[in-house]
Design a protein around this ligand. Sequence first.
Ligand SMILES: [Zn+2]
Length: 665
Amino acid sequence: MHEQLAERTVYLYTRIYMNIKFTLLFFVALLPKLFFGQDEEKLNELICKETYQYQSGNRLSAINFVASDDINFDLKYYRFQWKVDPNHDSISGSATSYFKSNISNLKTLHYSLSTQLTVDSVNYHGNNITFSQTGSYDLTITLPGTLPANIIDSVSISYHGVPPSNGFGTFTIFNHNNIPVLWTLSEPFGSQDWWPCKNGLTDKIDSIDVYITTPSRYTAATNGVLKEQYTVDTFTTYHWKHTYAIAPYLIGIAVTNYDVYSDTVHLSNGVVMPMTNYVYPESTDARPGTHDLVGVLEFYDSLFINYGFYKEKYGNAQFSWGGGMEHQTMSFVTNFNWSLLVHELGHQWFGDLVTCGSWEDIWLNEGFATFLEGLTHEHFHSQSEWMGWKTANRNSATFPTSGSVKVNDTTNVNRIFDGDLSYAKGAFILHMLRWKLGDTVLFRGLRNYLNDYKYGFARTPQLIAELQAASGVDLAEYFRDWYEGQGYPSYKIIWQQTADSILSIQINQTTSHPSVSFYEMPLPIEIKANGVDTIIRVEHTVNGQVFTFHLPYLVNEIVFDPDIRILSKNDTVRMGTIIGVRNNIADVDIRLFPNPVSSILTLTTSGNFYAESSWKIFNDLGDEMLSGIEKPGSTQINVAALPAGVYFFKYTRKNSEAIRSFVKL
Ligand SMILES: [Zn+2]
């Protein structure tokens, strides 16, 4: 689902312009430029739509919609036979559910279905059987006998009525160009508003057949492939089939006077597959947009793992909700803007193929889809568009000073789909891992994650385990800070270059929320001099840390994080005198030579305190590589076995420390 900037924009609006009647047009035109600078125009339409919905009073409800998720049986297959007409907000038909009993005496089945819909009958082996509808969402079916474990059986539930509208508008009719359109959007809790289901994130249905009967002037789009269509009188039935495991909320239907066309996609496994699009006839931007999307599907397919539903298709069906929804193999989109299309497509890997196992982990869907959106800007577009994506998402993720990516209230739809936290900050968790672990390791870990959990569900600890296995890096602290913790760091950097050309950079950090006292991070620092422009990476492990470099040139400027790799805000860099508490070993001249070094590094210090001094060498990831004690006179350290690179040398005398760096050839 794509609506990330909307949440923040709406909030800004209510905060700043609370009782002032600005026109919507003025607001939409002005706000992105004010707050996000250039390069935001493609996002304006999304903002507009969502803002409009908000202003109209259609605020998302925070009611707890979750109903029963019966673990006594396992869903295997559904056959839906629905009759809908986009002129009317009602549905009639049946849902035939095949299930396997998980217990030895299965007698009662609990499905979730709004009691605003009337169940007409429940058929079992050709006979109508007992059922009851109670509360808001419980449909209880009583089998005539008991089923032993591991038996597959089925019930057919016939029902009709006007579905309630919850969440993002579960079951909606609207007009485009004076033509009615009907669509469904079930995420997160809405399936039960229009079909009898299990409403949790525990049980994917192995395959589905969907028969949609509608007036013949309309066309119906849904998951999977269109197997056949037939017309009786003035009604046409469209039979769609999907043969991959699917979470209930990823089933969606859309009906209107669609134009249908296909592009061709070449997957990395050699499969040639259609991308089939159902678009409003008046949408002239559809074909250019979906044509460009073909390359993106091929990009994801080769970067991650094969498109999971390659025996069928990918597609887009147009609807008029303010954004998009990643229905499996058939995303619903309001327009054909790059960001929206690539976001929903990204969900086919992260969200559909592997689905978050709890709404607490929605960032596994939305943070990833937002991250993938960024990858496409980096891969397909100019540097300025890639920087634009990073700037916009950093601004969004640091807009709130508190709030965690981990969803603390899974009954609150607004919180689950918080654009700043679940989308932008979730994306930055991944963006920063690229910097921390490197692309090779990160993408290997993500491929393993996809392969190990495809067609199922995953939670955050399972992703962490995959990334740790791929990298060999303990990521517990990282995820404690960035996933469970709230807020962000602000860096205060002071630098000075002394007459002997030693450059010292002191890095201090404050955090916006007390849940995180310090973010241990590798930080990029750009050193600019006449004719020299270098970005170094320092491992910031303690506040007030001072990094020292012997440079044969005069530094003009120090820039923090020029490429936007770190989530931070209100950072400052200034020249000044460093009063490094941890780096002032007074009156001691610490020398390391030669530098660069290939085998033997020599340490000398002034004074005669070797008996109480020790040293450690760290690589640029902060891993301790060597350690020892200082010896009388000079200390010879054999670094021949270290891989080439930049290393940090920490010299400790009593409670004082000094940091030096050297280059191993
Ligand atoms: Zn999304």
